[in-house]
Design a protein. Structure first.
Length: 145
């Protein structure tokens, strides 16, 4: 099989301007069944890609700063949450739907930096990792007569 080269390219417009990514399910939300996926109908995030240039630059700067502050690589969970949350607030998350609270930048700035909201941060980063990606396409072989 031959792969179409264009199907391996990224959609830079979506990566930089954002796209709605739906979360159909998520593992580990039921403590009684930690390995099963829980359906999440209607939950979606409007996010930019983790390849968004401003995010990449800010993330690199944050990592360098953490290396200076914690040379032993033992970053406390609350500090890690604050850094990841701030990066997602400033560069990735643009909106959501399907949650019981309406999206607002002020609310998000408070929620995403809190250590206890790690699952929400993980969901946002998972979605941001998918923005701009295309499904691989294959060239159909010409049939011989």
């Amino acid at each position: 099989m031959t792969i179409k080269l264009g199907s391996l390219s990224a959609d830079l417009s979506k990566e930089r301007e954002g796209d709605w990514i739906e979360l159909k399910e998520w593992h580990g939300l039921d403590p009684e069944k930690p390995y099963e996926a829980t359906p999440l109908p209607g939950l979606a995030f409007l996010v930019r890609s983790t390849n968004y240039p401003d995010y990449v630059t800010a993330r690199q700067a944050a990592l360098e700063k953490l290396k200076q502050e914690y040379p032993d690589d033992k970053v406390p969970p609350d500090v890690q949450a604050r850094v990841e949350g701030q990066l997602s607030v400033e560069h990735l998350l643009l909106g959501w739907r399907g949650l019981d609270v309406e999206y607002s930048p002020d609310l998000v700035a408070t929620i995403l930096v809190a250590e206890e909201h790690r699952v929400l941060r993980q969901m946002i980063f998972w979605c941001a990792g998918r923005v701009g990606k295309k499904k691989v396409e294959f060239v159909k072989a010409a049939s011989k007569n």
